[in-house]
Write a new protein. Structure first.
Length: 279
C-alpha cells in the first residue's frame, strides 16, 4: 500500500523508526507513520494523549464482597410510639387523654364525680344527648394514665394508624366505642321498660376508652403477621372471657367482647386499606 506525501520527491514507504530514506530525498517522521497505515485498526492517532491532572481524577470506590451476608434489619423501637407527623390522630388523642388524666388526678373528688356523671353513656344521658355523651365519655381513662388500657391505647393505635392512616383508625376506634356502648345500653333500657330491671339501672356510670381500644386490637390482629396476630387475638379474647366469667361487671365485660368482635369484623376493610400503605 502506498501513500503520496508532499515533498521534494515522491517517497516509498519509509523505514520504521522515522529514519531518512536511502536516496536522501524525503524524511518521514515516526509519529506520522501511524497515520499512514490505514489498514491497521486503532492506529489512526499515534500521538500520546495528554496527561490528566491529578485534580481532575475521580475516584470511584468499588466494593467487592465474596459471600457477604444480607444486612440485618434492626427494629426501630421509636415507631411503637406516636409522633405528630407519623401518627397525628394517636398523638393528639393521647395528649388530650394526658390532660384529662392530670385534671382527674388534681381536681376535687366532687368535681370529678360531676364530670364523670355528665360524661356517662348510660341510658338516661343517651336519650337526652347521645352525641355529646358518646364523645365526652371517650375523653377519660378509667384508672388514669397508668392503667393497662392507656398503654394498650398507645401501642395498638400507633401500630394501626401507621398501617391504615389516621382517619381510618379513628373510624375503627369510634365504631367500637359507639356500637359496643349502644349494644350494652339499649338492652338495659328495654329491660327497664319491660320491668325486668329497676329504674336505677338507667343511671349507671359508664365512661372510658376501653371499648375503642378493644375494637382497635381486634382490627389490628387482622393485618399483623399470623404468628403474631392470632396469639394476640387469642390472648385478648381469653382475658375478656375470664372477666365475664367472674361476673364482676357483666355489662362492661360484654361490651369489651362485642367491641373486639366489631374490630375483627373490620378485617376485610383494614386489609384492603393496608395494601397501598405496605406497597
Amino acid at each position: 500500500m502506498e501513500r503520496t506525501v508532499t515533498g521534494p520527491a515522491a517517497a516509498a514507504t519509509p523505514p520504521l523508526g522515522g529514519l531518512p530514506m536511502s536516496d536522501g530525498t524525503a524524511v518521514v517522521p515516526a509519529p506520522v507513520l501511524a497515520d499512514l497505515l490505514d489498514g491497521m485498526p486503532r492506529q489512526r492517532h499515534a500521538t500520546a494523549p495528554a496527561p490528566v491532572p491529578v485534580a481532575d481524577l475521580v475516584v470511584v470506590p468499588v466494593s467487592v464482597s465474596v459471600g457477604a451476608r444480607p444486612a440485618v434489619r434492626i427494629p426501630r423501637v421509636w415507631r411503637l410510639l406516636p409522633t405528630p407527623v407519623g401518627t397525628p390522630f394517636t398523638f393528639v388523642y393521647m395528649a388530650v387523654l394526658a390532660v384529662t388524666s392530670v385534671i382527674a388526678a388534681v381536681a376535687a373528688p366532687t368535681l370529678m364525680d360531676a364530670l364523670y356523671q355528665a360524661s356517662s353513656t348510660d341510658v338516661a344521658h343517651l336519650v337526652r344527648s347521645p352525641v355529646v355523651v358518646l364523645l365526652a365519655s371517650a375523653l377519660w381513662i378509667a384508672g388514669g394514665i397508668l392503667s393497662p388500657y392507656s398503654l394498650a391505647f398507645v401501642l395498638v393505635l400507633t401500630a394501626l394508624e401507621r398501617r391504615i392512616g389516621g382517619a381510618r383508625t379513628a373510624c375503627v376506634f369510634l365504631a367500637g366505642h359507639v356500637l359496643a356502648t349502644l349494644a350494652t345500653e339499649i338492652p338495659v333500657g328495654l329491660a327497664v321498660l319491660f320491668g325486668h330491671l329497676p329504674t336505677t339501672s338507667l343511671h349507671r356510670l359508664d365512661y372510658g376508652i376501653s371499648f375503642g381500644v378493644a375494637a382497635s386490637i381486634g382490627s389490628l390482629c387482622g393485618i399483623l403477621r399470623p404468628w403474631l396476630g392470632w396469639p394476640v387475638l387469642g390472648l385478648m379474647g381469653s382475658l375478656l372471657v375470664s372477666d365475664l366469667i367472674e361476673f364482676a361487671d357483666p355489662m362492661t365485660d360484654w361490651g369489651h367482647l362485642i367491641a373486639l368482635t366489631i374490630g375483627v369484623s373490620t378485617w376485610p376493610l383494614v386489609r384492603r386499606w393496608a395494601q397501598p400503605a405496605s406497597a
